[in-house]
Ligand binder design. Structure first.
Ligand code: FAD
Length: 490
């Protein structure tokens, strides 16, 4: 009898594990028929990293459980469209069409050999088990090895008016276009920094949307200074430059070194106010705003698994401590892809495979040493490129100090910058978790996933301490909202 993650070569035959079904002999609660839980191998996230990790485990004859919150595989960049949409890969993925097609094809070949569970949220990790929910059905999956490949989300810096209807994150704007063929507006402005800023603006322009302006908080000189590291991946760098040129050729207003002032609107968006690099206030009329400042790793599950974190000055974020292959400080827990550090999709595929190799080695099935060496070597230029991205499109931490007191920071709980500053100064909260307790910032539905980084910057600026001294919001279950259901019993 095969159990998740424990099948031997020849045992994980096609048809043995169906999506959403447990292995023979296992009930839907992850318990064997004898009532004994069976620790297996669990991978969270069916993006590039998770798929490559699961594939490598399957190559070794194992049958991992692959948990994916979305209904389809592919992750963010290779997101699949709903079944009734039929745009060709070239239209959907552009220059990445071949990679997207390869990943989707490999996944189709893999899915019958693993225990794939789409539409399933991993909402907590407790006592060496992943707690999942699909619809109203909860399950506890004990694991011997866990690979977390949960990806990233937009990094948001609030601006007055950012919670008005019609303001989207850049990622949200892209998902609307990619997955649903919908635009966030007919005349949007895109603002922020990062490669996604220019990519999304170009995708909208190409789709026929009248993009009004692309406003980048990074000064041009800062970008130039990062070129050496960005050149570690010349083809990606050139592609980015082509997007900028294409936007310019269409006559779209591009500005660098800007300072956001406010989104104007009541009911609908009417304009975005900003200051140009010379400090003069400008007003771009628009009916929607897409904003984002790079990406932040989804690290709450690693936190719940009790992984040790360290402050990463490159990303200006707290990230799980990992060895070169993705091992965390907790035995049997590995991280891969953007959820470990944001290096992009190609690196995510390599890191997923490498984390699986690390898990196999620790489980007593060591992969060939050359495979591990090759993967490590292939990842090195990606590490340099990552440094280039963070330096060339820096998170505009300096904006936090200047945010007006009445600006909403935590949109779930409607907490303003002023309330957070009061928690930091008048109430003397020594670090962000205390400020959360005093002000409720980061205590709502998103658990600080949207406001946590900006909140920490506002807190640090208010107390006049370096950001690393502000601490980090501790993760709490559930990592995302759950339906009103009972937790599974012991
Ligand atoms: C919104 C967005 C848009 C992007 N667009 C582009 C682009 O156009 N071009 C580009 O080059 N790069 C883009 N990137 C970056 C690129 O998507 C990533 O570098 C790449 O997808 C990383 O792969 P990954 O496997 O690490 O993570 P992802 O592709 O993000 O996959 C992670 C998967 O984990 C699942 N997951 C997360 N948490 C849970 C949970 N608790 N339970 C169950 N499942 C979970 C998610 O649903 C997702 O499918 C984008 C990133 C984001 C966030």
């Amino acid at each position: 009898m095969a159990e998740p993650g424990m099948s031997q070569p020849g045992m994980s035959q096609p048809g043995m594990s169906q999506p959403g079904m447990s292995q023979p002999g296992m009930s839907q609660t992850g318990m064997s028929q004898t009532g004994m839980s069976q620790p297996g191998i669990v991978v969270i996230g069916a993006g590039p990293a998770g798929i490559r990790a699961a594939a490598r485990l399957a190559e070794a004859g194992l049958c991992p459980v692959l948990i994916e919150e979305g209904e389809r595989d592919g992750g963010q960049i290779y997101r699949r469209q709903p079944p009734n949409f039929s745009r060709p890969p070239e239209a959907l993925y552009g220059a990445e069409a071949a990679k997207a097609t390869a990943l989707h094809r490999d996944f189709e070949a893999l899915r019958e050999r693993i225990d794939y569970r789409p539409g399933t949220l991993a909402w907590a990790i407790r006592d060496q088990a992943v707690l999942t929910v699909r619809g109203a059905r909860t399950e506890s999956l004990p694991f011997r090895a866990l690979i977390i490949a949960a990806g990233a989300t937009d990094r948001i810096m609030p601006v007055p008016g950012w919670t008005l209807p019609g303001v989207y994150s850049l990622g949200g704007a892209q998902i609307a276009l990619k997955a649903q063929a919908c635009a966030i507006g007919a005349r949007p402005v895109f603002m922020g920094t990062g490669p996604l800023l220019y990519l999304v603006a170009w995708q909208y322009a190409k789709a026929g949307v009248a993009v009004q302006a692309v406003l980048d908080t990074t000064p041009f000189a800062t970008r130039l200074a990062a070129l050496r590291d960005l050149a570690a991946r010349p083809s990606v760098l050139l592609r980015g430059m082509r997007y900028v040129l294409a936007l310019r050729r269409r006559g779209i207003r591009l500005a660098t070194g800007i300072t956001p002032v406010a989104v104007e609107g009541e009911g609908g968006i009417v304009a975005l106010r900003w200051r140009d690099k010379a400090g003069a206030e400008q007003r771009s009329e628009c009916d929607a705003v897409g904003l984002g400042y790079g990406l932040r790793s989804e690290t709450q599950l690693a936190d719940l698994a009790k992984c040790r974190f360290a402050y990463d000055p490159v990303a200006r974020q707290w990230l799980p401590e990992l060895d070169e292959d993705g091992r965390s400080s907790v035995a049997g827990v590995y991280l891969a892809g953007d959820g470990a550090m944001v290096r992009g999709a190609d690196a995510a595929e390599l890191a997923g495979r490498l984390a699986a190799c690390a898990a196999l080695a620790d489980l007593g099935q060591p992969p060939p040493a050359t495979e591990i060496a090759d993967l490590r070597r292939a990842l090195r230029p990606m590490n340099r490129f990552r440094r280039g991205l963070e330096a060339g499109f820096p998170w505009p931490a300096q904006l936090a100090a200047g945010l007006p007191d009445e600006t909403i920071v935590c949109r779930c709980e409607a907490i303003t910058a002023g309330e957070l500053r009061r928690a930091a100064t008048d109430l003397d909260a020594p670090e962000v978790n205390r400020a959360k307790a005093f002000s409720r910032v980061g205590m709502g539905r998103c658990q600080g996933r949207m406001c946590g980084l900006a909140g920490a910057e506002i807190f640090a600026a208010a107390r006049g301490v370096p950001i690393e001294e502000a601490g980090r919001l501790r993760g709490a279950a559930p990592v995302k909202p759950l339906p009103m259901i009972e937790e599974p019993g012991p």
